[in-house]
Design a protein around this ligand. Structure first.
Ligand SMILES: [Zn+2]
Length: 389
């Protein structure tokens, strides 16, 4: 069976130092656990799409950019020919078993450290430590604010106790984490009032919230309270705050996830100095690039977009490189459930960046030494600095 050499992913004519910098292990600063069990075909199809629905009758989620990419790039990692059919791919996947599949694909990604968002409810996901062990990498946790809030809301407290306990829980969870993450984009949109809400308005909103605590948090007053409490903790502990931006699961209202509508909050945080990392951002990654270029504390990443645009992802990388400072960009795979998404995120990051670098070298815009330095910064150096790894 053919083996894909790791450097097959890069153009042949790159100078050696640039090639080495692109292939060096990276920090995957935003990902989720992958599943520890073997999925059925219908389960696997849902793991490779952001849609919550099966493909229409007679069609398959393999007929997508990411589906084609799995057949092209993940098949050889499982010992198959490139472009293996979905049926052959999935049969080989279950023959090897989830443990071996996860080990091969996570290692193929070439990751030095995983920062794992542990806020998802789905059962059967690997823990950060297990992700690290299988992937041959270090691992740290990113705590999701809305997950902590949900636990506190369901603890049977009064409205006054809720606010105090929320702060204590945030501080306790942050003490063991490399960063904090918000999915406010999914809850009330990013176009919330950026000011810190008054104590009275928070207590009143908490009273309404606690009357139905199983509901997920979507009250903008409480989302703002949660975010400002998180900013206080992040400032004390020197942690960055990640925001989901742009596309994602089908319950996001896309236009309210544009990072440009978060500008007021970013401006309010500027004097505080807590680093903010805008995740994914597609199709608003140019807005995010602008924000990263004007606010010293704002960083940008196109994570999930690279996996899901796959063969078209070099354009997304190129868009980001147009304006975003090189010391503000980061790599993430945003893998979740399927280890394929980790391998593909890393692969398309390296390929997209390689293509952009090849163009700049050919045009004499960058020296090879600068190209290698920039690849290293984006692949791992910026994340190591911001997350203090
Ligand atoms: Zn994610």
């Amino acid at each position: 069976m053919p083996e894909t050499r790791p450097d097959d992913v890069l153009p042949a004519d790159l100078p050696d130092p640039v090639r080495a910098a692109l292939l060096a292990p990276m920090v995957d600063h935003h990902c989720h656990g992958v599943r520890r069990d073997d999925p059925s075909r219908s389960e696997f199809e849902l793991m490779i799409t952001e849609s919550g629905a099966p493909a229409p009758p007679g069609t398959t989620h393999f007929d997508t950019p990411v589906g084609a990419a799995i057949r092209r790039w993940c098949a050889p990692v499982l010992g198959l020919e490139p472009h293996a059919s979905p049926a052959v791919y999935l049969s080989r996947r279950s023959e090897l078993g989830a443990g071996e599949v996860n080990r091969r694909l996570l290692r193929a990604a070439g990751v030095a450290a995983f920062l794992v968002d542990t806020g998802l409810d789905a059962p059967g996901l690997l823990t950060p430590a297990e992700m690290g062990r299988l992937g041959g990498a270090a691992a740290d946790e990113i705590v999701r604010l809305e997950r902590i809030e949900q636990d506190v809301a369901e603890a049977g407290l009064s409205a006054v106790e809720y606010t105090g306990t929320l702060r204590e829980e945030l501080a306790a969870r942050a003490a063991r984490a490399a960063g904090l993450k918000s999915i406010a984009a999914y809850r009330c949109g990013l176009d919330f009032d950026p000011s810190r809400p008054s104590r009275g308005s928070v207590i009143a909103a908490a009273g309404r919230r606690l009357a139905d605590p199983k509901r997920r948090l979507d009250d903008p007053v409480l989302v703002r309270h949660l975010l400002w409490a998180a900013v206080d903790v992040a400032r004390e502990r020197g942690l960055p705050l990640q925001f989901h931006c742009g596309f994602g699961d089908d319950d996001v209202d896309l236009h309210r996830a544009d990072p440009a509508v978060l500008t007021g909050f970013l401006r309010a945080l500027a004097p505080i100095g807590v680093p903010v990392v805008l995740l994914h951002c597609y199709p608003y990654h140019r807005q995010a690039a602008y924000l990263a270029s004007v606010f010293p504390h704002v960083y940008v990443d196109v994570g999930l977009a690279l996996t899901h645009t796959a063969a078209g992802s070099a354009r997304v990388v190129a868009d980001l490189l147009e304006l975003a400072p090189f010391h503000k960009q980061m790599f993430s795979s945003d893998c979740y459930g399927a280890a394929e998404l980790c391998h593909l995120g890393a692969l398309y990051h390296r390929r997209g960046l390689a293509r952009a670098i090849a163009g700049r070298l050919a045009e004499g815009e960058w020296s090879p030494a600068d190209a290698a330095r920039i690849a290293h910064m984006i692949g791992s150096g910026n994340a190591r600095r911001v997350y203090r790894l």
